[in-house]
Design a protein around this ligand. Structure first.
Ligand SMILES: Cc1cc2nc3c(=O)[nH]c(=O)nc-3n(C[C@H](O)[C@H](O)[C@H](O)COP(=O)(O)OP(=O)(O)OC[C@H]3O[C@@H](n4cnc5c(N)ncnc54)[C@H](O)[C@@H]3O)c2cc1C
Length: 482
């Protein structure tokens, strides 16, 4: 047996670990935090559970390639059946309510003036219905259960492949601007951050219409715990509260000493790793490009535990504000609010959890606040403002809010050491992400967010598998997936 050390028990590190362990490696995962999942996590506060990770799990549909990864790694099991929201978003703008349903049909009835752009959008979405994150075997590797990519699959993905360069070349916001009806525009702005490319927007919509994105019950932490259980049941070891300090030739240095191993996989944020884990710091053309050009996707996350039954309200509301909200030095004219009142596990009887992601570059703002001692107070003010805005629309008041929590980029930095506290990688128009390679040399590998295009859990999953295959190939192991 050869030994493998993986740095990070995020989704990508866990997936890599499960496949490696199954293929015959003796694997240890070092994790800085106290639980698995990395940024894909949920946590409890006074009887409430705050979902701070998965909103949409792509690959939830049985039969698509990514679903094989989720089932092979035990991420999806009987204890977390996937739920498919419909409507996926509801716009609340004064007296106007407009649903984004999975079939997209209601939009044309609402805005006949946008019949043509809506038909074009449905066509674009249809083109991506058969497009799935490619999960393939790398060449030259011995694989116990090979994945065959049939000619038919390839042909079905043709229209999406042809459209890709066009949709990559401009932003989701520009795509949405073509709609004349302001409510249609406001509703569609809930789907992805309007600054990222239109391809991500269309791909996300198509994952709704094709039924490929859902929400696993029990959320992020149960899914990550399921994967950690799979890994340990195969004989793998996870050492929590054990940060890796340095990658050396013989293995990984921790506070407890050097952990020798035949191979090392770095699954923590590669942008952080190239500066922190190598002494001297890692220098290579791709690393310099990353240092110069990488743009981080940052967000703030607010969660409330409210003593009120909001089960009559939509699950995901795009609330237009009369006055903008200010937080982290940014201004928001709308809030995308998730309502977990129908999910018994999230709140005590008759109570509700409300959460909201506020995207945008606020890292420097919060860093300055920490430096001058105003961090805690500014967070409290932001939460207070959030409650006031939400209370203008929902039947709640400040006294009913029992628990509040807020994460800033500094929170993600502190817990997961993501670069500038980013919460996922970001795909801007014509932007090439500036990734790290999967294989640095025989025995040293990267996986996760910064090793492939787009972002989110699909990238974590696909690269976790690909990295495990790469190290199996390097050391002459057969790759065993199930
Ligand atoms: C609020 C929020 C909502 C999201 N919503 C979605 C969604 O709906 N759909 C979707 O697909 N994606 C979503 N994402 C993004 C998705 O969760 C991430 O892209 C994905 O989980 C990243 O996985 P990863 O394994 O690559 O990285 P990470 O999760 O960053 O894992 C890296 C791990 O390494 C550990 N680590 C760091 N430094 C060290 C060290 N020195 N030693 C040991 N361990 C270390 C970290 O603690 C972490 O556990 C969301 C993220 C957030 C925060």
């Amino acid at each position: 047996m050869k030994s493998l050390t993986i740095i990070g028990a995020g989704i990508s590190g866990l997936i890599c670990g499960i496949y490696a362990q199954r293929s015959g490696w003796r694997t240890t995962i070092l994790e800085k935090a106290g639980n698995p999942g990395g940024v894909s996590t949920s946590w409890k506060r006074k009887g409430y559970t705050f979902e701070g990770g998965i909103h949409w799990l792509i690959g939830a549909k049985k039969g698509v390639p990514l679903n094989d990864i989720w089932t092979e790694t035990g991420a999806l099991r009987d204890n977390n059946p996937v739920f498919f929201k419909d409507p996926v978003y509801t716009l609340i703008d004064g007296s106007v309510r407009l649903d984004l349903r999975r079939d997209l049909r209601t939009l044309s009835e609402f805005a006949p003036e946008d019949r043509i752009p809506l038909a074009l959008m449905r066509f674009h979405v249809w083109c991506f219905t058969f497009f799935h994150s490619p999960v393939q075997d790398i060449s030259g590797l011995k694989v116990r259960h090979p994945r065959r990519f049939s000619l038919m699959e390839f042909i079905k993905m043709g229209p999406a492949v042809l459209l890709t360069p066009l949709l990559m070349s401009f932003s989701a916001g520009r795509y949405i601007k073509r709609f004349r009806n302001p409510h249609i525009r406001k509703l569609l702005e809930a789907v992805v951050d309007p600054q990222i490319n239109a391809l991500s927007f269309i791909y996300t919509l198509s994952s709704f219409t094709s039924g490929d994105s859902g929400y696993p019950e029990g959320g992020s932490l149960r899914m990550a715990q399921n994967m950690a259980d799979t890994f340990t049941s195969l004989g793998g070891k996870i050492l929590y509260h054990t940060p890796a300090l340095e990658v050396a030739d013989e293995g990984v240095r921790t506070e407890g000493g050097l952990m020798q191993s035949d191979a090392v996989v770095i699954s923590m944020d590669a942008r952080t790793a190239i500066d922190k884990l190598f002494k001297p710091r890692l220098e290579a053309p791709w690393a310099s490009r990353m240092r110069r050009k990488l743009r981080t996707a940052q967000c703030m996350f607010i969660a409330l535990g409210v003593k009120a039954d909001l089960s009559g309200w939509p699950r995901c509301m795009q609330i237009q504000l009369r006055e903008p909200m200010h937080a982290g030095g940014l201004e928001f004219s709308a809030l995308t609010v998730n309502n977990y009142s129908r999910d018994a596990e999230y709140a005590p009887d008759g109570c509700t959890v409300l959460t909201c992601i506020l995207p945008g570059p606020s890292y420097e703002y919060w860093k300055a606040a920490r430096a001058d001692g105003s961090y805690r107070q500014l967070k409290q003010e932001a939460v207070k403002e959030f409650i006031c805005h939400v209370a203008e629309v929902l039947p709640i008041n400040e006294e009913q809010v029992e628990v509040t929590d807020m994460a800033t980029p500094l929170t993600y930095e502190r817990y997961c050491d993501t670069f500038e506290g980013s919460y996922m990688s970001e795909w801007m128009p014509w932007h090439l992400c500036h990734n790290a390679p999967i294989r640095l040399h025989k025995g040293l590998y990267f996986t996760g967010q910064r090793t492939a295009f787009s972002g989110g859990l699909p990238v974590a999953a696909e690269t976790g598998r690909r990295t495990a295959q790469t190290l199996c190939k390097d050391f002459g192991f057969e790759f065993v997936s199930r």
